[in-house]
Design a binder for this molecule. Sequence first.
Ligand code: MN
Ligand code: MN
Length: 303
Amino acid sequence: MLTEDEVEKLHRAGELVREGLEYALNHVKPGMSVLELCAKIEQNITSKGGFPAFPVNVSINDVAAHYTAEPHDKLVIPEKGIIKVDVGAHVDGYIADGAVSVVLGEEYAGLALASLEALKKVGELMRSGVRLGYLGKVVEKTIVARGFRPIENLSGHKIERYNLHAGKTVPNVSSLLSGKALEGEVYAVEPFATNGVGIVVEGGESHIFRVTSMKKLKNRDLQTLLRDLWLTYRGLPFASRWVYEKWREDGVERLYSLVEMKRIHHYAMLVEAGGGAVAQFEDTFIVGKARATPLIGVVELVK
Ligand code: MN
Ligand code: MN
């Protein structure tokens, strides 16, 4: 079970994510720099005593997830499309994870609504003892009823301290998964809807990294950076942008060497396999006996 202090930290993290998503909803416009969008939201989190739990993800149209601006990124928000902004914040390792889809051009409004409605329904059903596979069925039915497909190989996830993906998942399709949500557990729920085939595949570079092995290296410069990255991000994902700001050009070069030496994982961008547009809304919940408490309040935020 969570202590009062832990619950308080989770809520503070949730508030920082909420501010980031609110900023995205109010400011994402055609022509806006993706680099500035990421930096603004991350700076707000750190200025208020939190830390980003991962780099702000800005995923456009058929990119479902895993893109953050690289150093000097020139990418801008397009005239039309569906823009997923996914924000994570932590306070002392207690993580909130949330996302909204910003619709530019009416043609994606229905798609966004399908994902939002699925999140709302799961939020109402989430409680101690609920079967996670059943929540997946609800997501699937809700999205299919609106004429779209859920993305079957992306899912929500249990969260623990400094651990974004702590084993149990909340699927986005009907599943025989027998696991149940239990009181005091924390879950991110993120229904993805698409007008494509309903599967994501790996695309280009995400510019998002994570330390996956601390096995010692002979090269002293590389060993030093590996240790610093581990101590700084505590096993959570980080951006090459952040490495550039702290360790400059040299650091980024070493970062890529560490990827080659399999000490660091470079995530791939996740792209819809049929080239379909993708919508995502996400909130993080503390599971209670009779209901769940959202940390961010995404459903209220987008109303
Ligand atoms: Mn997320
Ligand atoms: Mn998530």
